[in-house]
Design a protein. Sequence first.
Length: 353
Amino acid sequence: PHRSELYEDAPPACWPIVYSPDYNITFMGLEKLHPFDAGKWGKVINFLKEEKLIADDLIVQAREATDEDLLVVHTRRYLNKLKWSFVVATITEIPPVAFLPNFVVQRKVLKPLRTQTGGTIMAGKLAVDRGWAINVGGGFHHCSSDKGGGFCAYADITLAIKFLFERVQGVSKATIIDLDAHQGNGHERDFMDDHRVYIMDAYNRYIYPGDGFAKRAIKRKVELEWGTEDTEYLQKVHTHVEGALNELKPDIIIYNAGTDILDGDPLGGLAISPQGIIKRDEVVFKAARSRRIPILMVTSGGYQKRTARIIADSILNLHNLGLIDKELATSGTENPTVEQMIRDSTKDLCNLS
């Protein structure tokens, strides 16, 4: 495989939390035409900083995926299509994008998505190295090797898995646990006949994308009704996550933790409370932890203003319960002064530059 900068080692002093300010999409207010909070990722990081969980110099800086990285999964033909603004407008569901010159679209829309995609690929290796990793962005589960849609222009989940299979020894089986409100038809199409990848998908059966062909790739299908609430939802997630991991013990779990299951989400159509989302993430991390399976979480869909706070609260909860921590993540030291010394001497290292 080509040498990718995305697979350089992150310094041990960093949390395996991946982010870049480049994730956020801002251009002249056009992003407000989409029901998407296009600055959601930065807000999650700000909440975590306020709570003193992380600092800028202690998170891993995401790098943009290059064409060469993307070609590990995508066809050249598909990447060329993204040079047409109207194609990007269709995929991102922001119609005015069609009228912008493509260089603007590349810089303002696709570069953030490519950086989040790079972040997912980086987080895949971090998860294997550290036992867990969170990409604060990513989770573009409607995109497959040759087709984007539903705001997803790059197949970051497929890419992260293919990178691991090709480059990391001992990773030959993966399980995708997709708990976004929508069916993850992108990775499903990509791994349709790949027996190394086990897919569990729980989604509202009545909404986009309703991709019957892609459903054939789902090993554990949990089709939810409109307005499903916490009790039923959490019971189903618990049963099927346990069932999936008992059926096949993978070398890595990719957890697509969409927050569009939140009550009131205009697109998700489910009715899960903020507490329900936090509990759901806990159920998945506990299942991974108890089996010692590395887990990579991506944040995926979630279209309300309060979403960022919920994601941050969930990460704080995972930390409070000891399901994620830096010590475990770094085989770090018990001695705080040594820890402090390491931290001071590695101030800028998380940039990998």
